[in-house]
Design a binder for this molecule. Sequence first.
Ligand code: PLP
Length: 425
Amino acid sequence: MTSQPIADLSADDLAALLEEQRKAYEELKGRGLKLDLTRGKPSAEQLDLSDELLTLPRGTRDASGTDVRNYGGLSGLQELREMFAELLWVEPEQVVAGGNSSLTMMRDCLVYLMLFGGVDSERPWNREEKVRFVCPVPGYDRHFTLLESLGIEMVTVPFNEDGPDVAAVKALVAEDASIKGMWVVPTYANPTGATTSQEVAAELAGMPTAAPDFKIFWDNAYALHHLTEEEAKSADILTLAAAAGHPHRPIMFASTSKITFAGAGVAFLAASTKTVAWYLDHLGKGSIGPDKINHLRHVQFFGSAQGVRDHMVRHRQIIAPKFEEVDRVLTERLGGLDIATWNKPQGGYFVNLDVLPGTASRVVELAREAGVALTPAGSSFPYKRDPENTNIRLAPTMPPLPEVTEAMEAVATCVLLAAAEKLAA
Ligand code: PLP
């Protein structure tokens, strides 16, 4: 096996490499693997960390004496709002604690904007001729399918190491009033792991926009999900935007889906107090209050904001070795060959693998035929179109460590074979 860039090989050496990789792949197929690297979900071992929740809450009253079994309290339990306000660096009155899904909160906000307009809108968005969103790529697939379902068009910009490409964003939003908003996953982004810097956040918060009601959907899903002891701190987007004279621009989202139970956690929204009132006003037409028993359970389980941070260290101890393993196998098998690059994320749930342009879908196909499920190529792009056919998202948290090793060895073989096929063609 070579360790020099494959593109530098002579035609004969390349033909030999192709033959070697075909054999390795046939051998791989013969193993009858059944592995899955598609799911950005916590493993059972991680979920077990929160099993005490199943024995809570103790009692049925919150700190103010309200009976949590009853209706009411649309903005969520005050003590839980305070706890997460501290963790998200916002004020408690800027926070709503809701149901179990922040994605649902994002969907609701978009629907309210479309149907009614925001606090700073001239009219509902659906009365505009066209509504468009800036989407840093690669990004979170569900953000894109959500926009598509509402008929909101997507315009892409690169997602750099320090966040969305600000110059590209500014150029788009300055002139075009149909561009009403953008996504940002500011901390350990899905899938690149990039964290948006203070400087980039400040520019996004303050940039002139043609639309007076431009929104930044600041999806801080991985705010606390560190993989090393060096913890990235998310930019304080609400303060930055308020200071720049655009207090209603950002709406922040977060949840405990990957802190406690992915199916039974608590989701949060944070924004200007006026935007919070706007959100609750619309929400209140369809809800008399959230699941406050679950809120109380979470308050008692964590005890404090520090309790949440301590809990995240226990997650890190379980999943960091899996991320190390992905990097180890890729480095050993593909290092120096110039056919793939990948990130070593400092947090979050994904590894972003860029293979030889034009081969991502082939790699996914080869892996599937060998029994390893990978996220379909193109998934991290609007309309599932990766213009370079290069990007693959790997999610190593869910399988046990030995399966991560086996799956990554298989992925490396598929990346090599697809590259050799392409270069020899
Ligand atoms: N936002 C991002 C960036 C995600 O990666 C995910 C889940 O993978 C979610 C939101 C989903 O959040 P929730 O479980 O709170 O709906």
